[in-house]
Design a binder for this molecule. Structure first.
Ligand code: FPP
Length: 254
């Protein structure tokens, strides 16, 4: 695929993992470790976030060759507002510039982009760019890229519950018919399949309020690599390991 890369950039990841059946179709990633990566180089934290953004491009490019049709990435959580004003403003500016710069390449590569999370607290200019990117790429399907921005699972479930409650109050939904599927239809992710694999980089073994509902049966990989060092080769190895797992979804397979 495009995004300004050449074939030589793909480092033969097909040979390492291939697109064998049984690989994860939907991979979700908590991209952690940008700050430590920068700290180790005696640079400001935003330097690490910029390196992390460059890595996003490579991981997006690698997905189709690895058999991944859906990629969901955690860019900014509902808790990340607690960071310094400098870091938050720097990240917001990074997101704006990233969208401006990548819109054309993402579209040319056939990537469909969606955003999940609450847009209410985001700057109007950023929201306009997000809306535009979603519209421009709406007919693509080589990869479904979902960016979680001002996203938190509990917030998502609370917002979904509020919308469901309005529907019940208006008489359009009968409370006795409410089940898992009903609630799932009100989640930000309602059009997406559940993740098969959730990866967190940087050695932390936490979920941090990411896709709690959707990952009920996902496999988890906590890896030590810091996000800016998460190369397509590392990604390919993690995907390979997934193939060896026995997913039973609460049942018995043998
Ligand atoms: C976590 O590292 C990373 C973030 C909160 C921001 C993630 C953002 C990017 C990778 C930038 C690009 C994203 C897009 C979609 C263009 P951390 O700061 O918590 O690292 P630390 O734990 O080492 O401090």
């Amino acid at each position: 695929m495009g995004l300004g890369s050449t074939d030589a950039d793909h480092h033969g990841s097909d040979a390492m993992t291939g697109t064998e059946a049984g690989g994860p179709k939907h991979v979700a990633i908590i991209m952690d470790g940008n700050g430590r990566w920068a700290q180790r180089r005696a640079k400001p934290r935003l330097y690490g976030h910029h390196a992390g953004a460059r890595r996003v491009r490579q991981i997006v490019e690698a997905c189709p060759g690895l058999g991944v049709s859906h990629l969901t990435i955690f860019a900014f959580s509902t808790e990340n507002w607690k960071r310094t004003q400098t870091e938050v403003a720097g990240l917001m500016s990074l997101f704006r510039r990233y969208i401006e710069r990548e819109t054309q390449a993402l579209n040319a590569a056939g990537v469909r982009v969606r955003f999940i999370g609450d847009r209410i607290r985001l700057d109007g200019k950023l929201v306009a760019l997000m809306d535009h990117l979603e519209q421009v790429t709406a007919d693509n399907d080589s990869l479904h890229l979902t960016v979680a921005l001002n996203y938190g699972s509990r917030d998502e479930v609370a917002r979904a519950t509020q919308r469901l409650a309005y529907e019940v109050a208006a008489g359009r939904i009968n409370p006795s018919g409410v089940n898992e599927n009903t609630l799932a239809q009100f989640l930000d992710t309602h059009v997406l399949p559940d993740p098969d694999l959730v990866i967190r980089t940087s050695g932390e073994a936490r979920i941090s309020n990411f896709l709690l509902w959707q990952s009920a049966y996902a496999e988890y990989e906590f890896i030590n690599t810091l996000w800016p060092d998460f190369t397509p080769e590392v990604f390919a190895r993690v995907i390979d390991r997934f193939g060896a797992r026995d997913r039973r979804f609460g049942g018995v397979t043998r």
